[in-house]
Design a protein around this ligand. Sequence first.
Ligand code: UDP
Length: 370
Amino acid sequence: MQNNLSSPQALKLLFISTPVGGLGTGLGGGVELSLYNIAKEMLRRGHTVQIVAPSGSLWDEFPIIEIPGNLQIIAQSQERKDPISMPVNSVLGNMWEYARQVQSEYDVIVNFAYDWLPFYLTPFFQTAIAHLVSMGSLSDALDQIIYQVSQAFPHTISFYTPSQGVTFPNLVPPLRYLSSGIDLSQYEFCGKPKNQLAWLGRISPEKALEDAVEVAVKTNIPLKIMGKIQDEEYWQQICSDYPNAPIEYLGFLSTEKMQSVVRECKAVLMTPRWVEAFGNVAIEALACGVPVISYSRGGPSEIIQDGITGFVVEPDSVTGLTDAVSKLDTINRQDCRQQAENDFSLEALGLRFEDWFKAILGRDDSVSRL
Ligand code: UDP
């Protein structure tokens, strides 16, 4: 897809999506929203973007080259020392075979997969590959290949946040921290919430939804739950452990519907057991004027201005969460929206990505700023 504003400076970008699910299914988590926003902003800036994703993708705003094949199992379900595994007729392999065939039509290929294969393939491609690493370190084999790419292909590795990047050993600078950004016009401010809390994201053990449910039980404030059930057994366990909790599961909602619920909540709770790479849901909440209460683990602790736009509490402390809930009246919700506008606009995100691509291609003076 090409924007009419294209100029000689315009880049031709090939985005290769995550192989854990089709775009729009929620299986890819925050990386789906990141890819969507980056594509939208790159097009607005006059670049050409082609998205490649697994068959079954649901977006209709962008033309997507859909590639068949079996999905990759999620990295979070594997042990650190597990060998790399791929299914027969792997969609990851198929997407990168497609990229190999068309690579000469593009300036940069952008890898959104948290998988070993695209890093390994980097030296075999003639077109530059930019890797957006979307999770903290989980696998020794992946750590090693990311290290090797950082050594051999300067500028090509980016993270969301420094607290994510630091989980990877031995990386060779320059490294980039791109943060995230959203289309603020899609999130409406609400100054007067109802007496309810929200929790949103993939329902999977590393997100520890049970801690937010416990907060709902202890404070007796209803909890609205939104997101893809990635681990059905885990969800059923929560339902049977807390049969009388004041919770309501609303399903995996579109951004439009999700923000209409979130904005009427007193706060969004984030309860990561892992180092959260970023936490797109945090900036989506802020954009609605909703404070965020999170464990101090990874991205959210860099995003939240403690005591101003939410509270950062001791990891795994439900008491810390409930204490923070009792202090929510001290937060000015306008400050939350303001932070989203100052720090997480799509325009600012687009500039950071453009700088990154130009640095990889050696076309930009941003290299000397690193
Ligand atoms: N999300 C959504 N609908 C829902 C709940 C969540 O679209 O009902 C999206 C949300 O917008 C966010 C993603 O799910 O982009 C969760 O991403 P996050 O970065 O918070 O965590 P990840 O899943 O990447 O670990």
